[in-house]
Design a protein around this ligand. Structure first.
Ligand SMILES: CC(C)=CCNc1ncnc2c1ncn2[C@@H]1O[C@H](COP(=O)(O)O)[C@@H](O)[C@H]1O
Length: 350
């Protein structure tokens, strides 16, 4: 990327809708965490997948185990969440929906409720410090943990939906796609939907999920994470695609994550192309910017260089992402105004 190009992508106002908190921890923050817990013997190579490296999904999920060991107290979560928010802001992200799985840690006394409260405190502190970014939270269900935990998580999320002054907006379903079946989580997801929580579901991240995706799309979710294997060209089906189109469900697309996790063979084969050509709502996201050593500016630039998008087309893409956020119409309006204000300062006509 030349300097001028880099400047454009950095200044481009961006919306990030698919960022797992503990996957977004940067190298610098990991350094601080390792300093706090040297006895764990965690090394940098265990928390990130560097340039040119690729791992299987199983290996990728091992990385989260190492990070979770490092982040196990309120103090850690507060630091991690504030660092992640500041880094996204420095990358030009103006609206961020973070997602995170509430964890209980017996040895530090951390509870799931305190976990969520601490992330909310981090969001509020960043706001009070004037960090230029609007941050919201999606409470995540790890599919590994089954029916009961999912229901418990939904109940907790419902409480925060009411009490967090609009900061908690919805629910994410994520975790190793090869573990568990989303059928078991349906009652919890249905309940979440009925109580007004927005749903972003990881769907068809691996090829073997045709049946599961069909069931989940009947809910329907408000957004789809990845959706890598939905379309017929990669073993999905037209009926899955039709469900997505009929309900106009936006897709959160994470290019580098899919390449490094080996679910997509190379950037040019990324399903971005399929959905972009259909004119369907898609949002470029990072997934786990720390683990995959990327940022949102870089992801936009990669999509543009791979698929031949002009600056004007990139601008349109980032602006259209505003329509996919879970916050209110008023917030959307404010963001659109922000985009208009920034447009006059950078070389783009639209
Ligand atoms: C391994 C790989 C290729 C990752 C990219 N795709 C992903 N697919 C499903 N769940 C994920 C992914 N990345 C992160 N997560 C979820 O986010 C968690 C980490 O963030 P947190 O603790 O919820 O704050 C992981 O334990 C996992 O449950």
């Amino acid at each position: 990327m030349d300097n001028e190009d880099e400047d454009f992508y950095r200044k481009l106002p961006k919306v990030e809708l698919h960022a797992h908190l503990n996957g977004s921890v940067s190298g610098q923050t990991v350094e601080k965490l390792i300093g706090r817990k040297p006895q764990l013997n965690v090394e940098h190579s265990m928390t990130a997948i560097g340039k040119g490296q690729r791992r299987t999904l199983d290996e990728c999920f091992q990385v989260f185990k190492a990070i979770h060991q490092l982040v196990d107290s309120e103090e850690d979560i507060l630091m991690v969440a504030k660092d992640v928010i500041r880094e996204f802001a420095a990358d030009g992200v103006r609206y961020l929906e973070l997602r995170s799985t509430p964890r209980e840690e017996k040895n530090t006394g951390l509870t799931k409720r305190r976990y969520i409260e601490t992330v909310i405190t981090a969001i509020q502190q960043c706001k009070n410090e004037g960090v230029d970014i609007d941050v919201r939270l999606l409470v995540a269900i790890d599919r590994r943990n089954g029916t009961e935990v999912a229901m418990e998580t939904v109940k907790l999320a419902e409480e925060f939906l009411v009490s967090s002054d609009g900061l908690v907006l919805g629910l994410d379903m994520s975790g190793d796609p090869k573990v568990g079946h989303a059928k078991d989580l349906l009652p919890a997801l249905q309940r979440a939907k009925n109580s007004g929580l927005k749903l972003s579901l990881h769907l068809s991240e691996v090829p073997e999920q045709l049946e599961e995706s069909g069931i989940l799309l009947n809910l329907p979710p408000d957004r789809i994470g990845h959706g890598t294997f939905l379309h017929p060209e990669v073993g999905g089906s037209q009926s899955l695609v039709d469900k997505v189109l009929k309900n106009n469900i936006p897709l959160e697309l994470c290019l580098t994550s899919n390449i490094k996790g080996k679910t997509v063979p190379c950037y040019s084969k990324h399903h971005f192309k399929y959905w972009y050509q259909l004119g369907h709502p898609i949002v470029i996201c990072t997934d786990d910017k720390g683990v995959f050593c990327t940022d949102l500016s870089q992801e936009y630039q990669l999509a543009a260089s791979t698929f031949g998008l002009s600056h004007q087309a990139v601008w349109k893409l980032s602006e259209k992402a505003i329509d996919c956020i879970f916050a209110s119409e008023t917030v959307k309006k404010q963001l659109k105004q922000k985009w208009t204000d920034v447009a006059s300062g950078i070389a783009v006509t639209h």
